[in-house]
Design a protein around this ligand. Sequence first.
Ligand code: CP
Length: 321
Amino acid sequence: MTEPTPPDLQLRADGRLRHLLSLQHLPRTALERLLDAAQALRPQALGGTALRHTLAGRSVCNLFFEPSTRTRSAFHFAATRLGADVLSFDVSTSSSGKGETPLDTMRNLEAMGVDCFVVRAREDGAVAALAAQARDGVALINAGDGRHQHPTQGLLDMLTLRQAKGEDFSQLSVLIVGDIRHSRVARSDLAALRTLGCRDIRVCGPASLLPDAHELHGCTVGHDFDGLLDGVDAVMMLRLQRERMVEGLVPSLEQYFVDYGLDERRLMRARPDAVVLHPGPMNRGVEISDAVADGAQSLILAQVSNGVAVRMAVMRELLAH
Ligand code: CP
């Protein structure tokens, strides 16, 4: 996949964010600044009114052209806890159904004073294309575009790993498993892990679900899940993206679980203190067992809580004056 986000579109001359579109090419200083800010915001992320002055008078619009539970809700709570006005634009009952384009939709909402659009789109690069057309001073946040990027998910995954394993990623062994080809989460995680200095990134999945080799440069790539688990500190499981798949890429869901599902027996091959992440929504019994998803090594709900703090950090940097 080519990178559809020009690196200079998302950063200001002073290195701060203008938009958040991709973790590819986001400098380590910016990434670590956002992670530090999110960590500091953790106490306020899950409730309270202490920071409601931060974005008072600013307006945020959630513009989701694909379904979402975690991302959309976390952005809503994050904006609310910072005091912004939030419009959760309902695409299904909007004039999008009459053929209005996303660009015209954005322009009309800009005309009502929206300062920030949180956009989830089906097409790779669609959020960057909107950002290139946005009014001066209006910020775009990519909440997932096709198979391309999901930068706030990448940030919350790194925050979760950092909390569990410390800030030095150079000694970490991380295994990403499953449907990498269709996964914007994997692309954001790979970019962030490389930027943070992780030297042992392993990638596992069936050949039909791996991307072109150039996307996996520097990674150990294989199909033997049991072998690749040996000694890893973190296992990042991915959802099988059936909505983006042509039929026949996996023989059957049952066989997929046999080959690439994470269960308790398999997890014992990783380090005893290994942690398990999954971006959700999970296909239980397809890529992960109930016992692992709900077990002591799972950080899946910690990821969700961190998602609010990360989105607060991103919106504060984009919008607070
Ligand atoms: N992880 C994630 O993006 O979940 P949602 O699709 O529910 O937002």
